[in-house]
Ligand binder design. Structure first.
Ligand code: NAD
Length: 362
């Protein structure tokens, strides 16, 4: 794979992992476009910032002039849209930025891509890939899986905004023939995830000897995928996906939140035993597991997500290579080795506080 990829949201968790993998596995030049919100950090791109095939542009995907200018200048073979407001709890407290970035921003990119594609300036294999989530499908009961034909039924402002963006993307294929691909992926984990999300939040709180806040009774289930596997799936979809199609990406790895927290505590006991951690011994707490604390559930909390990823396996030959235990260990080890990164990126507004209760008392 070669040419130029415009990668939006490349300073965030998945986008930065994707930019690194794409530079390693393809000959593509990467133009990263990112607004650098609280979730975007140039530190996430430090290892590739000197690469001559990599360029960073600070900017907003809702800025039509900028997006058109970049597309004209770089004549990309793909636009890959990771840029988003991505945290469900924030979408409950303040949904408007989700509407702006996730809906208007995606629309702005689609318009610029349509203009480019219809002008004949785009290469014949041009692709617009919309990175989406399994949350657009709503909630499952105890059985069943999301397939690519499951109707959208979003329940949070976040998932509603992602669903809306996906509908625009699909409409641009159906109406204008823009070669759009959509990937719907399950929960990611791995290095460089902003510590407001479950796994890094729990690691950092445990290391500080703070309570581990588990929403509701901890029984909500997500399907977990190691971030590098998600990124390799996206590369496959760009290479061989059929325009107009959707592809579900998942880890076939359902875990309840309480299982995740238990597993994390076990790995932490191995890599950084509580008995040798002054933040724990100072409080007289002997095991990370004893930090578990059940808190009020998230409003509208979907019970279960589970992905059927057989289309991408059968059609494109993709499947995840990381086992959960291996990915989790790598993730915990990465956070332990990168506590400075955590400190630096958390030093702004976000201080690992609970969000998303609509002003209710906890
Ligand atoms: P993230 O919050 O870590 O990163 C988002 C990035 O987008 C940040 O760098 C931010 O600065 C940038 N951004 C936000 N608004 C912007 C704007 N208006 N213009 C330009 N850049 C802007 O998110 P993530 O977890 O890396 O998720 C990336 C994408 O993958 C999102 O579209 C998300 O919906 C999707 N996704 C995430 C997961 C997951 O588990 N994290 C799962 C499935 C799909």
């Amino acid at each position: 794979m070669s040419g130029t990829y415009i990668v939006t949201g490349a300073a965030g968790f998945i986008g930065s992992n994707f930019a690194k993998l794409a530079l390693e596995k393809t000959d593509a030049r990467i133009i990263a476009l990112d607004k650098l919100t609280y979730a975007g950090n140039l530190a996430n791109l430090a290892e590739i910032s000197g690469n001559p095939a990599f360029e960073f542009v600070k900017g907003d995907i809702t800025d039509g002039n900028l997006v058109r200018k970049l597309i004209k200048e770089w004549a990309p073979s793909a636009v890959i849209n990771f840029a988003a407001e991505s945290h469900v709890d924030r979408s409950i407290d303040s949904p408007v930025s989700f509407l702006q970035t996730n809906v208007t921003g995606t629309f702005t990119l689609l318009e610029a891509a349509r203009e480019y594609f219809s002008s004949g300036a785009a290469p014949s294999d041009f692709r617009f890939l919309q990175v989406s989530t399994d949350e657009v499908y709503g909630s499952l009961g105890a059985s069943g899986y999301f397939t690519e034909t499951t109707p959208y039924s979003p329940n949070s402002p976040y998932s509603a905004s992602k669903a809306s963006a996906d509908h625009f993307a699909g409409a641009y294929f159906a109406t204008y023939g823009l070669p759009v691909l959509i990937t719907n992926c399950s929960n990611n984990y791995g290095p460089f995830q902003f510590p407001e999300k479950l796994i890094p939040l729990m690691i950092l709180k445990a290391l500080e000897g703070e309570a581990l806040p588990i929403y509701g009774d901890g029984s909500n289930i997500r399907d977990w995928l190691y971030v590098e596997d998600h990124c390799s799936g996206i590369l496959e979809v760009i290479k061989a996906g059929v325009p107009g199609e959707k592809y579900n990406l998942g880890g076939n790895c359902e875990k309840s939140n309480i299982e995740i927290v238990n597993a994390l505590c076990e790995v932490l006991e191995e890599l950084k035993p509580a008995s040798g951690n002054p933040a724990m011994t100072g409080k007289g707490i002997s095991r990370y597991l004893d930090l578990k604390s059940f808190v009020k559930d998230r409003p509208g909390h979907d019970h279960r997500y589970a992905i059927d990823a057989s289309r991408v396996k059968n059609d494109l030959g993709w499947c995840p290579v990381h086992k959960f235990s291996q990915g989790l260990r790598k993730t915990v080890a990465w956070y332990l080795d990168n506590l400075d990164w955590c400190r630096d990126i958390s030093s702004g507004k976000y201080r690992m506080e609970r969000l998303g209760l609509k002003g209710d008392e906890d």
